[in-house]
Design a binder for this molecule. Sequence first.
Ligand SMILES: [Zn+2]
Ligand SMILES: [Zn+2]
Length: 348
Amino acid sequence: MIWSRAKVFWVVLLGTPMRAVRFEADGSVESVNVPVPPVGPEDVLVQVLAVGVCHTDLHILDQVASGARQPVVPGHEIAGKVVKIGSDVYMINAGDLVAVHFEQPCGQCRHCRKKRTNLCREGHSLGFDVQGGYAEYVKARQDTVLPLPPEMDPALAAPLGCSGATAYRAVVALGNAGEEDLVVVIGAGGVGLSAVQIAKAQGARVLAVDLREEARKAALDAGAESAVSPEDAKVVRDADIVVDFVGLGSTLELGRSLLGVGGRYVAVAAGAESVPMTATDIMEGGRAYLGSYSSTMADLARVVSLAEVGRLKPFVTRRAPLEDAEKVLSDLRDGKIVGRAVLEPTAV
Ligand SMILES: [Zn+2]
Ligand SMILES: [Zn+2]
């Protein structure tokens, strides 16, 4: 009996090794072997078929290199196949194709009880403070994985977990975009292009604003009625919703100037630049200024539905094996990747 307990402990302790990529304290991107994470009663183990390479991963790498964050296996845009379920799992089955939400909320706090899981301060985030999807397997709570249509390409599903759900939260859950609304999307990068498509799916008219000509072209391809430079946007005075994916003082000023009466400004990107603002500025015309932080499972479920009917298509322009992570990240940093790159740790 003592022997068998010791043996179980030993097996759990060692785990089975798997391939992963880890951001190390010296700023390097290393291929490593780490144990397959043990699955608790309410967890599922997901074989990672695709993981998006997001700009946020570069910020995380910089934070690890500066000592502001512990070394971590990154990756927060995850799609894969459930290969193992915990003893109390009832929401999902082994064999299901799923999208994984990177937020792993505590499930207990006031925000979690109200389903505002994006605001939970007691949980963890895959690829930020616990092992993420740059690995063969990842562990997630059962209520943070969402079944996908079996025919959906995991590489196209993976980015829905971050850029898709984040855009949905900003445009619909907070911006409340609807038919005939004029939605201005400032910043037509990966998340911005998702926002353009989501606003169109809501029946809104979309004006995209970006300094880069190729980004403006991509916004038009994504369905924007028009796409202009920040300078050329200044004639607009009747936007119903402005979604700012850039977060500079200049974009906050610009976005504010475009809002019509009753308009809503939604800040999605972080930014440290301040702008002068009075109480009258906020009150007059009944405008609202909102902050959109991360996303919930409900947001993810909605974007998966939009993707299923072809109304939301992540721009996946590159697929690479896990071993190419360092190269893909450096290409992303050098601006050589338009749209999304996806790693395929266990492509089948
Ligand atoms: Zn992301
Ligand atoms: Zn919580």
